[in-house]
Design a protein around this ligand. Structure first.
Ligand SMILES: Cc1ncc(COP(=O)(O)O)c(C=O)c1O
Length: 414
């Protein structure tokens, strides 16, 4: 591609930025670096409002209220869960923000499998490590097996694996490796037809793509807030339990936060009536308010406009790659909108060193072994110019072979 063509690409991106209805939201974030930051699918950027809110929690509330602060902190996870619910197609009282995604997955998978009276779980080979490990532990403890579908399965593949022993089907709605979005309504139907509960991991969906848990008929779900919801490093995850199951299933970690009368300090565990029965212990309030601000900002914009911009961003990135045609690269993420999350994954045998070369050139993607570079597009703050620049720099690095200056030995966070 000639310099002229590259300039034309960047000009087109700049024009799209000019008319971007969400363009002003970039100012909601602290962006003092010059990075083309495409790793919001790992850790979102910092919203300015979060700094103020965290300062209030620390300097006003903790400093002056001390333990009395718990009077208004105690149910924050439930209140924020209600604010998150509309963003994932759930009803009030069905979502709570608490613990980490991995812990929440354990709780709801275990509760669901026990309730089903069956022993096996289906997931896919490409699912996130925590999901594979936790689900395997849950199935094994029930005397059953974790059955693996190939990565990013279709409803037909799940159907072919269903047996009378399968009590839970658990998949990531958007695959963390491929960025592929699964056919959630059809897969949920298949699970139900086979007599199993459907558990969705929304880590790469919440704040990234529209999610309609109740419309799909989903039973259980978990997800994170520190990716597309920009809640901050290590911010709590969330969990969803369909209303009619809340009082019926029993979560396995019976901490005091789940007790019907928490401060009675009773001898016997009696679970709360609502979704609060799925909370375990004392949350980090500083992180919790990060989740609140990130969720409120996302709710202000709404998932429909975020999805429009997300698709436009990934479209321009994919079109740029098509034009530039960096050699020996393969587009892993689907081209069709119906099957695309808010991430584009590119395969190359030198993916690791390419990701390091990109970082040196000011583009931050991430690397997933053995051969994937992931580019996450958070529509709240990513510009079209950044999407086009990332494609041109990737092309330049691959064509010049400049990645060869880096060591092949992997170290640190990738
Ligand atoms: C799809 C998916 N599930 C689960 C997790 C685990 O989240 P946590 O480390 O917060 O438990 C992640 C983390 O990146 C993820 O991407």
């Amino acid at each position: 591609m000639s310099d002229h063509e590259v300039s034309a690409l960047l000009e087109r991106a700049a024009e799209l930025d000019q008319v971007d209805p969400l363009g002003a939201y970039r100012n909601e974030f602290v962006i003092e670096d010059a990075f083309v930051y495409l790793d919001g699918n790992s850790l979102g950027r910092l919203p300015k409002r979060t700094i103020e809110r965290m300062r209030t929690v620390v300097e006003d509330e903790w400093a002056h209220e001390l333990v009395l602060g718990w009077d208004h902190w105690l149910n924050l996870g439930l209140e924020i869960g209600d604010r998150l619910a509309p963003l994932i197609g759930a009803s009030l009282g069905e979502v709570v923000v608490c613990d980490q995604t991995s812990v929440n997955l354990y709780k709801v998978a275990n509760a669901g499998l026990t309730h089903s009276g069956r022993t096996d779980i289906i997931t896919d080979r490409g699912n996130f490590p925590s999901d594979r490990y936790v689900l395997e532990a849950v199935a094994t403890a029930a005397g059953g097996t974790l059955i693996f579908a190939p990565e990013d399965p279709s409803p037909q593949v799940i159907e072919s694996l269903m047996t009378d022993s399968v009590g839970v089907v658990s998949l990531s709605h958007v695959g963390y490796r491929s960025g592929r979005m699964l056919d959630a309504p059809a897969i949920t139907d298949v699970a139900h037809t086979g007599g199993a509960l459907m558990l969705w991991d929304l880590a790469h969906s919440a704040g990234a793509v529209p999610v309609f848990l109740n419309e799909w008929g989903a039973d259980l779900a978990v997800g994170c807030t520190y990716k597309y919801l920009n809640a901050g490093p290590g911010a709590p995850g969330f969990l969803f339990v369909r209303e009619s199951l809340i009082g019926v299933i029993e979560q396995p970690i019976t901490g005091w936060y789940a007790h019907a009368d928490q401060f009675a300090m009773a001898d016997q565990f009696v679970p709360k009536a609502g979704i609060g029965r799925f909370v375990v212990g004392t949350p980090s309030i500083v992180s919790m308010v990060g989740a609140d601000e990130g969720i409120n900002l996302t709710a202000e914009v709404g998932m429909a406009s975020l999805r429009r911009k997300s698709l436009a961003l990934t479209d321009i990135f994919i079109e740029s790659l098509d034009q530039l045609a960096p050699p020996d690269t393969e587009l892993v993420t689907p081209r069709n909108h119906d099957a695309r999350g808010s991430q584009v994954t590119v395969r190359h045998t030198e993916a690791y060193r390419i990701s390091l070369a990109l970082r040196r050139e000011g583009v931050i993607p991430d690397f997933r072994a053995p051969d994937l570079v992931r580019f996450g597009f958070t529509p709240l703050y990513t510009t079209f110019t950044e999407a086009a620049m990332a494609a041109t720099r990737l092309n330049h690095i691959v064509r010049t072979g400049s990645y060869a200056e880096f060591d092949t030995q992997r170290h640190g966070v990738t």
